[in-house]
Structure formats: structure tokens, C-alpha cells
Design a binder for this molecule. Structure first.
Ligand code: GLN
Length: 353
């Protein structure tokens, strides 16, 4: 039998997917809505009063954000939205934006452009490490970089095409908005605060230019990067963004195909490698989830084919990752069988083995 445009293997996969959909009604998650709600409620109750960690303060505006803010949102790949806590208050997206700007470059130039120009290795160092730039020089034989730490992220921003600063910026903002499913805006106070204090990122931009990762106008790249980090989002927005990645690039709430399904595996791979900075290995070991954190206190995590989840809680640990967000996501994902490396069918269990 020949099906035009489909190999036999793909045809078999499609047939299986159709059968699974018909039986379960929704792809991926075996749990009922009550199970999902219970998992969110339990994590919220468990960590609501946890006081560990500290707001980022190297960007002065971030120190002023209410450390009590705590919201959890989970969006399934069939577009169901579950929330608990404060999922309306906005924080700045910060480093989580790096995922979407990297994805934008892949859309324009293909995933290889990111691998070739920036690299896709974990640096094992802090997100704004300058030493990691030196190590990435071939003759030193250290690890490459990736687009989720500042030097690589500023380079990715410099790779987005556009005739003017405004063209490039509007494209980046629109891409983020499509992922969130609503028009996003910039928190001007955070943007100004970071722009006035980002000398280190300016130095990183110059160094990346000197080493020819950035081809021209490093100041403009740092400026746009700083603005993209100040995009205001709430936990719900972030969960829809994560769910769009879980759903092969199609926003499950708006139905819009935001990015090519073909590029999603590479985006998730870099998130798995480097999404939580120098704690990325520990995170992957515990959860198996591609994820990304930001110093504004948000973390997104993706269970491919199942759900996207996000937590906002500003106090961070030493590595710069939200303390409560890590714990809540790990618990909820374990409850729902979110770990893609888990061989058995999803079952209910706690994260404590
Ligand atoms: N805008 C921040 C910076 O460049 C983002 C860092 C982060 O979220 N880890 O320092």
C-alpha cells in the first residue's frame, strides 16, 4: 500500500495517533482534570509558606517585586488551562525570552545556524560568565556555548533579521506574543533599570563581537536583548508558551501554528542542556523536563506531547533559579507522569523516591 507523501512508518504512526486520540479523547495525559487540579493544589499548599531564596537584585527593579508572589499554571496540549495562586500578576520574562528568540532564529535560518554560530553545549558556568566566552575559543578546547546563556543569547538576538532596530524588536515581541496567545508589552521600569546597570552584558556583547560571533552592532543587540528580557508575563502566559512547545509549536489555546514543528526538538534539546544554567544537569536528573528559568522568578517546563507548566515566584537560589518554582514543577510533573524518560505508563507517585 502506498500513501502519497507518507513513508510506511509515518503512516503507521499517524494511524496509532488517531486510535489513541479516539480512545483517550486527549493526547498525552492520562490523568483526569481532578487529578491535575489536585496536583497543582497540593504543590501550592506545600510551598506557599516556603521562605527560601532571595529576589535578584543586580537589576534594581527586580528587588522591588513582591517575594510572596506565587502562581502555578499548567496547560495541556489539548488546550485545557489549570491554575492556582496568583497567575495574573506580571513579572519580567528575563532569560525565559532566550528560548523564543533562539526559536525565532531557527525559524529564519534553521537550527543549524544556532549550532554553528553559537554552539549547543552546556558551559557549566553561570549565565553571565565571561570565562565561558574565553573557553569557547577553539584553541582552548573548552565547551562551546549555547543560546540560553547571556553571550549566546545576545548573539541570537543579533541574528534576528530586520532592516531597523524597530523591525527586529517588533518581530521578537510578536513572536513572544504568539506563544503567549495575547499581545505582550514591555515593563518599562524593568527595561530602564536593567539598561542603566547592564555594563557586564555590554562587555559580553563587545567580546562576542571581537570574537566574531556577533557580526555587527553589538550595542544594538544588547539593547534589544535587554528589552526582550523586560517583556511582562504572568504564570498563565508562561504556561501557554511552554504548552505551545509541548504541542509541536502550535499554541493549544489559540490554535495558531507559531513555529515549525520540525524545529521544536532542537529548542527542547537546548533547554534540557542549559535551561537552568549551571544546575541544568541536576534539574534534568530530577525531572527529565526541558525547562528554562529567568531571574524575574519564572520557570517554564515542557512535557512533550503532554503539557506545559509554569511557576512564578521571585526568590532565587544561588544558581539564579526560582526555589519554589523548581519544587512545585518537580512535584506536579512527578504526579502526572510528565518525565519523558519514564518508560512505564504514567502513574501517580510523589517526587520523593
Ligand atoms: N536580563 C538578565 C541578564 O541578562 C537575564 C538573566 C537571567 O534571567 N538569568 O542578566
Amino acid at each position: 500500500m502506498s500513501i502519497p507523501g507518507l513513508t510506511r512508518l509515518r503512516a503507521a504512526r499517524v494511524a496509532v495517533a488517531v486510535v489513541v486520540l479516539a480512545v483517550a479523547g486527549s493526547p498525552g495525559l492520562a490523568q483526569t482534570s481532578q487529578d491535575i487540579e489536585a496536583a497543582l493544589q497540593a504543590a501550592y499548599a506545600k510551598y506557599k509558606d516556603l521562605k527560601e531564596g532571595k529576589n535578584a537584585d543586580y537589576i534594581p527593579a527586580l528587588a522591588k517585586v513582591d517575594p510572596q508572589l506565587f502562581g502555578i499554571a499548567l496547560v495541556t496540549t489539548d488546550g485545557r488551562v489549570y491554575t492556582v495562586g496568583d497567575v495574573k500578576s506580571e513579572v519580567s520574562i528575563q532569560s525565559i525570552s532566550k528560548v523564543f528568540t533562539m526559536a525565532k532564529v531557527m525559524e529564519e535560518q534553521g537550527p543549524e545556524a544556532i549550532a554553528k554560530r553559537i554552539g549547543v553545549d552546556a558551559t557549566g558556568m553561570r549565565f553571565n560568565s565571561i570565562v565561558s566566552i574565553e573557553f569557547a575559543q577553539k584553541e582552548l578546547g573548552g565547551p562551546e556555548m549555547n543560546a540560553l546563556v547571556n553571550p549566546g543569547a545576545i548573539t541570537a538576538t543579533s541574528m534576528v533579521s530586520g532592516g531597523s532596530r524597530d523591525d527586529i524588536w517588533q518581530k521578537i515581541l510578536a513572536f513572544h506574543s504568539d506563544f503567549a496567545g495575547r499581545p505582550l508589552r514591555v515593563d518599562e521600569e524593568v527595561f530602564k533599570s536593567e539598561a542603566a546597570t547592564n555594563q557586564r552584558n555590554q562587555a559580553i556583547g563587545q567580546l562576542m563581537y571581537a570574537y566574531e560571533f556577533i557580526k555587527d552592532n553589538p550595542q544594538r543587540a544588547v539593547d534589544i536583548y535587554t528589552e526582550q528580557c523586560a517583556i511582562a508575563v504572568n504564570a498563565r502566559d508562561l504556561a501557554v508558551m511552554a504548552a505551545t512547545l509541548a504541542n509541536a509549536g502550535k499554541n493549544p489555546v489559540t490554535g495558531k501554528q507559531v513555529m515549525k514543528a520540525d524545529n521544536v526538538p532542537e529548542v527542547l534539546a537546548v533547554m534540557a542542556t542549559a535551561g537552568l544554567y549551571d544546575d541544568s544537569g541536576k534539574w534534568l536528573y530530577r525531572t527529565g523536563l526541558p525547562a528554562k528559568s529567568g531571574v524575574g522568578g519564572g520557570i517554564i517546563a515542557v512535557s512533550p506531547g503532554k503539557f506545559g507548566i509554569a511557576v512564578v515566584s521571585p526568590p532565587l537560589d544561588e544558581a539564579g533559579n526560582s526555589v519554589r518554582a523548581q519544587k512545585a514543577i518537580a512535584d506536579i510533573s512527578a504526579q502526572l507522569g510528565g518525565n519523558p524518560y519514564e518508560p512505564q505508563a504514567p502513574k501517580l507517585r510523589t517526587s520523593q523516591k
